[in-house]
Design a protein around this ligand. Sequence first.
Ligand SMILES: Nc1ncnc2c1ncn2[C@@H]1O[C@H](COP(=O)(O)OP(=O)(O)OP(=O)(O)O)[C@@H](O)[C@H]1O
Ligand SMILES: [Mg+2]
Length: 407
Amino acid sequence: MCSDDDLIERALLSATVFKNEETLHPAFIPSKLPNRESQLIRLSHTFKPLLNDEGAYAVNVAVVGRPGTGKTASIKFFGRALEKVAAKRGTSGGVRFEYYDCFMFRTKSAILRDLLTERFKVTSRGFSDEEITSMLNKRLLRENTRLVLCLDEAYLLGQDLLSLIHSSEVANHGQAYISTLIACRTTDWQNSLSFPLSGRLNDRIEMPPYNEEELYQILKYRTELAFHGNIVPDDILRMVANIAAATKNARHGIEMLLWAGKAADRYNVRPITPEMIRRAKQEVFSELRSDVLYSLRYQELLVLAAVSRQLKLEMSQATTFLKVFESYQIICEEYGATKQAMPTFRKTIDALARLGIIGKVVESIGGGQRGRRARLTLMDIPVEIFDERVGEILRRRLAEDGEPEEK
Ligand SMILES: Nc1ncnc2c1ncn2[C@@H]1O[C@H](COP(=O)(O)OP(=O)(O)OP(=O)(O)O)[C@@H](O)[C@H]1O
Ligand SMILES: [Mg+2]
């Protein structure tokens, strides 16, 4: 009989359907974005003034679209290309493109501090936001470098977004070195940004939802990058495109392919079968951006784990704050994590609600009693799936860093 070590070794070294699994992960940016060519060209025309040697002019652009329409992929792709072209021309001090996911960096202060300290390697400790902006501007002026500050999910910044854009508006003529490229979902755009940003942008670029044929082309390309030949037959690819067409979301299709590929490896089945895709359809939820969960802080993940565990226990759609607090205490013990006291715990719940990951419904207590209380809910996906994903990320974090320091 073989030992558990042998079992693990065999599984680790077994043949895989993937040529390059990484290319299906959210952080990967492919070297081609089929069906986004016209948006990339439009972005290039709008940002042309950055390559102008006579004076620095700010360009502020928003990219808006439904989930999974390639906003994040397109802006990162464009930013990289812009830096390269500027470097090739080599006349001015070049263009620097700095990307921030506002799920992770939630205030102007956090972004400015990170920019200066981590990206420009200048200490920002003890300086105010205004001082940091001025230091940054002086540095850019001295080096004649144009900065494109890319803010993904920019609506999370609220008023801070306006004040970031404002810094370029007040610069002297020909000395506006900071441009912004923001990305945002259509609903968040309509709810929070369309009014305050009207008249302040050079362009707003729409990412139309993908139709079935476009999804097929995108998934075909992504399959060629990720899988060995003949693993995903054409009829399977058509099937995945057809399912993803219901949400018009490319992430939906890509995650189904990843899930099915993992199942093929687990059960050693080749090629991928329609049954595997049917299973993948049940396991993958286009509403859940797993990369958002990855960007959460450790304590936020613990609180989320508590909400989902409590909902699972109660087999309910909503639960109370106190019940979640009880679950949270137990989960902290299980992970050997420091427990937040009630006021800090409340703040963490509020932060998760602001990010749209949990919902707060206020209702009256009932039973003849006066008063109202908040009930907590989760995004509209099965709680088991949520619980599993959060648990997986928590365990990985713990294995990587122990209990990570909070920023
Ligand atoms: N045209 C495309 N070609 C290849 N891959 C694409 C294309 N559009 C999107 N993708 C891929 O689909 C996935 C989702 O795209 P992306 O994250 O850019 O969507 P998004 O519009 O930012 O969505 P969200 O609003 O949920 O943040 C990513 O893995 C991305 O690489
Ligand atoms: Mg995105």
